[in-house]
Design a protein around this ligand. Structure first.
Ligand SMILES: [Mg+2]
Length: 232
């Protein structure tokens, strides 16, 4: 029986505008200023260095690492604060979190570093009992099922009591399943289909609350999907 629902952050709860601005505009702009070059060639150099590392490595997520590597004269805090206005929760998120929080304990499990998460959660932090940064707290990325096992350990929950939802097929879906959790893959592009694929979080709520007989249904949501019952 599901007791806890874990959600990814970027691309799941908030759109990627903020992180894109920090990494793809903020850092390259500072690099361009330092070397007195135009923005586009600067971006090419900076992104080229990101790609050499790749998202499976901890450094990818560590803004201090990149500011130091490029010898940029800016604090991480100032750079994040500059783009904080870009943080944007997806339209259906509050409604989905309202419904889920009636039945489940909610947590965030993200690869994002703690300083990103602290800012990103300013508007919706009240929904979550715990916020886990895989890279800051566990020194792992969600590529490893160990992250999800550690989340379960900290929640004092069995893997089957936790369901994770996120928009990265490997980090959020495959790794969570490998750790024994239940999982839904959030495909906001609507490209994949399948029993464990949802296109937004409203659909995730319908799946979670209406598909498992042992889970009490959130009535008003289930009523709306009665015609789709055979899919579950
Ligand atoms: Mg994500």
């Amino acid at each position: 029986m599901i007791r806890h629902v874990s959600l990814d952050m970027d691309g799941t709860l908030i759109n990627t505008k903020f992180v894109d601005k920090v990494w793809m505009e903020g850092v390259p702009t500072l690099y361009a200023e330092k070397h007195d070059i135009k923005f586009e060639p600067s971006k090419e150099i900076v992104v080229g260095e990101y790609m050499k590392v790749g998202s499976d490595k901890l450094e990818w997520y560590d803004l201090t690492h990149w500011l130091n590597k490029f010898e940029l004269d800016e604090t991480k805090e100032d750079l994040l604060e500059r783009y904080a206005d870009e943080i944007e929760v997806y339209p259906e998120v509050r409604e989905a979190l309202d419904a889920l929080s009636e039945k489940f304990n909610l947590v965030v499990t993200s690869n994002a570093a703690r300083d990103f998460l602290d800012l990103e959660l300013e508007e919706i932090g009240q929904y979550f009992s715990d916020v886990f940064s895989a890279t800051s707290d566990f020194r792992q990325t969600k590529k490893s099922p160990k992250v999800y096992k550690e989340v379960c350990r900290r929640l004092e929950a069995k893997p089957l009591e936790v369901l994770h939802i996120g928009d990265h097929y490997s980090y959020d879906y495959e790794a969570a399943l490998d750790a024994g959790l239940d999982a839904l893959f959030l495909d906001r592009m609507g490209k994949r289909t399948g029993r464990e694929v949802v296109w937004d979080l409203r659909e995730a709520v319908e799946q979670i609350c209406c598909s498992s007989p042992e889970i009490l249904c959130v009535e008003e949501i289930c009523d709306e999907v009665t015609e789709n019952d055979e899919e579950f």
